[in-house]
Design a protein around this ligand. Structure first.
Ligand SMILES: *Cc1c(COP(=O)(O)O)cnc(C)c1O
Length: 385
C-alpha cells in the first residue's frame, strides 16, 4: 500500500474526487438554524437564556453527571475546573505532554506548573504505570495533600486527556489519584460519546471538561462545559463563571474575584441542536472507522482502535507509520493532494514556555509523536454503508 493508494481511498470515502477534504468539518443537519434564529428573535443572545440551561441538562443526560456548567470554551472550562478544585499559584499539576496546548495553558492560567508524565502507546492517554513510577519517585502525602519531595511544591491535581476520543486507562489513574490525594480532572475535550464500560469519560474524578470548538465532534461555534457530581463544586463553578454575582433584581453585588466564562445563549442554541444529533454522528464516525480499520489491516501502517471494554467516539482517526520519514512522506503526499492530514502535536515539553517544566521519562510520547497521523474523520450524514 503506497501513499497514493491511501489518499485515493480517503477520497472515495468522502465521495469527493477533487476538492479539499478537511480533517473534521462540522455538519449542521438538524435544528441549528431554527434554534439560533429563536435566540435572535427572543433578544436573549448572551449568557442568560433557555438554551444555556437546556444545554446543561443535555450534558447531564449524556454524561450521567449530576451537574454540568456551560463555559465559553474548553480552555476556560479547564481553568475554572482547576480553580474550583483549589489549585493555587505555585502548585504543580500533572498532565501528559501529548495533548493540545490548551491543557498546559489552563494549568498556567491557574498559576500552577505543568509536570509531564508519559502516555500509553495504545490509549495515547496518560499512562497509569508511568504515573505510578513518577509518584513513587517524587511524591509524599502530608495530611490531606500531596507534595513533590524534590521541588517542595504541592501536587494539587492531575489532568489526563482522552486523546482523539480514545479513553485513557482512567479507572487505574483514578485509583492512583485517590491514593496520593491528588484531585483528578479529566480533559474530555475530545471525548464526548466515549465510555469506559458504561461510564462516560469525564466522570471518573472530581470533574471533567469538554470542548465544543468548531473542529470537535459537537460544536457550539465556541464552547465548553464542566461536569461533576459534587454539589458544592458545581455551585462554585457556576457562581465564579458568572462574575460571582449575587442574585438580586437590580443590585450589582459580587462576593469574590471571578470570571466571565459563561456560554452565551446564541452558542448554546447551536450546541443543543448539535447534541440532538450526537447518536447519529457517533454512528457515522463508527462506520468510517470500521472502513478505515479494514483498509489498513495487514499493512505496515497501524490503525488505532478502541481498547476492549471501552467505546471510542473516533473523533479523529489515527494511523501509525513505521517511522518518522514514512510519516513525513505521507503528510507531504496527502496535503499536496488537498486531503488534509496532520501529525500529532509537538510535545508540550518542547514548546518554549514549557521547556523547563519537570518531566518524567517520555519515551512513548516521543515514539507516537514521530509516527502518528490523523486522517479525515468528519461525520458523513448522507453516506450509505
Ligand atoms: C479542543 C481542546 C481543548 C479546548 O479547546 P477550546 O478551543 O478552548 O474549546 C482542550 N484540550 C484538548 C485536548 C482539546 O483538544
Amino acid at each position: 500500500m503506497n501513499n497514493e493508494d491511501i489518499v485515493s481511498f480517503i477520497r472515495t470515502q468522502f465521495n469527493e474526487p477533487e476538492n479539499f477534504i478537511p480533517l473534521h468539518a462540522p455538519v449542521f443537519g438538524g435544528n441549528e438554524k431554527a434554534y439560533v434564529l429563536d435566540t435572535i428573535e427572543s433578544t436573549f443572545v448572551s449568557s442568560v437564556g433557555k438554551y444555556v440551561t437546556r444545554f446543561e441538562e443535555m450534558m447531564q443526560d449524556i454524561t450521567g453527571a449530576k451537574y454540568a456548567v456551560a463555559t465559553v470554551n474548553g480552555t476556560t472550562a479547564l481553568h475554572l475546573a482547576l480553580v474550583v478544585a483549589g489549585v493555587k499559584g505555585g502548585d504543580e499539576v500533572i498532565t501528559q505532554p501529548f495533548t493540545f496546548v490548551a491543557t498546559a495553558n489552563a494549568i498556567s492560567h491557574a498559576g500552577a506548573f505543568p509536570v509531564f508524565v508519559d502516555i500509553d502507546r495504545t490509549t495515547m492517554g496518560l499512562s497509569h504505570e508511568a504515573l505510578s513510577i513518577f509518584l513513587d519517585d517524587f511524591a509524599e502525602v502530608k495530611g490531606d495533600c500531596c507534595f513533590n519531595k524534590k521541588t517542595g511544591r504541592r501536587i494539587a491535581a492531575c489532568i489526563p486527556m482522552h486523546t482523539f476520543g480514545f479513553p485513557a486507562r482512567i479507572s487505574e489513574i483514578a485509583v492512583l489519584c485517590e491514593k496520593w490525594k491528588i484531585a483528578l480532572i479529566e480533559d474530555a475535550a475530545e471525548s464526548i460519546g466515549s465510555y469506559v464500560g458504561n461510564k462516560h469519560t469525564g466522570t471518573f474524578g472530581l470533574a471533567g471538561t469538554f470542548s465544543f470548538n468548531g473542529n470537535k465532534t459537537i460544536t457550539s461555534g465556541g464552547g465548553g462545559a464542566i461536569v461533576t457530581d459534587n454539589d458544592n463544586y458545581a455551585k462554585i463553578a457556576k457562581h465564579i463563571s458568572t462574575t460571582a454575582k449575587q442574585p438580586h433584581a437590580w443590585e450589582f453585588v459580587h462576593d469574590m474575584v471571578a470570571y466571565n466564562y459563561r456560554m452565551p445563549n446564541l452558542n448554546a442554541a447551536l450546541a443543543c441542536a448539535q447534541l440532538e444529533q450526537l447518536p447519529a454522528f457517533l454512528e457515522s464516525k463508527r462506520v468510517l472507522s470500521r472502513v478505515y480499520s479494514s483498509f489498513f489491516k495487514g499493512s505496515e501502517i497501524g490503525f488505532i482502535t478502541e481498547r476492549e471494554g471501552t467505546t471510542a467516539n473516533y473523533w479523529l482517526n489515527s494511523i501509525v507509520f513505521p517511522d518518522r520519514s514514512a510519516r513525513d512522506s505521507f503528510l507531504e503526499c496527502s496535503n499536496r493532494q488537498k486531503v488534509m492530514s496532520r501529525p500529532a502535536w509537538q510535545l508540550m515539553n518542547r514548546l518554549p514556555m514549557y521547556r523547563n517544566c519537570l518531566s518524567g521519562e517520555l519515551s512513548n510520547a516521543v515514539w507516537l509523536e514521530d509516527r502518528l497521523v490523523n486522517i479525515p474523520s468528519s461525520v458523513r450524514l448522507s453516506h450509505e454503508n
